[in-house]
Design a protein around this ligand. Sequence first.
Ligand SMILES: C[S@@+](CC[C@H](N)C(=O)[O-])C[C@H]1O[C@@H](n2cnc3c(N)ncnc32)[C@H](O)[C@@H]1O
Length: 190
Amino acid sequence: MKRSIITQFVKNPKTTGAIAPSSSFLSKKIISGLNFKDAQTIVELGPGTGAITAFIEKELNEHNKFFGIELNEDIYHFVSNRFPNQKFYLDSASNLPKILKKENLDLVDIIISGLPWAAFHDELQDSILDAILESLKEGGIFTTFAYLHGSILPAAKSFKQKLHKYFSHVEKSNIVWRNIPPAYVYKCHK
Ligand SMILES: C[S@@+](CC[C@H](N)C(=O)[O-])C[C@H]1O[C@@H](n2cnc3c(N)ncnc32)[C@H](O)[C@@H]1O
């Protein structure tokens, strides 16, 4: 099973967009400063094999409602087995508003994304960003990462511009060198 998961990353570069799961250094940076204590609902988009999920799970308290949305079926089964106490949907992140309705939930406090934005075409970036904005509470936080080497790609440049258009305040972290490849984190406030 593990081998087939690694194969998924190699075989589906357009959807996995990664050569390795996020390191513990990047995962910690992504969730640093997020207020789990006062949050009701937390969502992870594109959990993959669960590199960031493992750190999210450590922060969750009994008042938090958490679920992840993963598009790749093999990876979805892997992550669901790895975290038997957490809920995952086999679906696209663009369906987040529909999933919230199904869960009988209103708006989300924190959205954590491991999605490969630079591998997405323009319309897909827009439809997922629309879904995120529609689902996030006023004052809510959306956090995601981008690979350093990818930042010269047109899709990455346009994604960065969109973040500034969609969100009232966007913070970019310093580079996390201890990740393959090095990356940085965006924290975006609605
Ligand atoms: C770069 S991997 C990141 C995995 C993990 N979060 C990490 O940081 O190591 C991206 C993941 O997003 C998933 N994915 C891609 N497009 C998606 C979509 N539209 N909705 C939900 N998940 C998606 C892929 O299948 C893959 O598991």
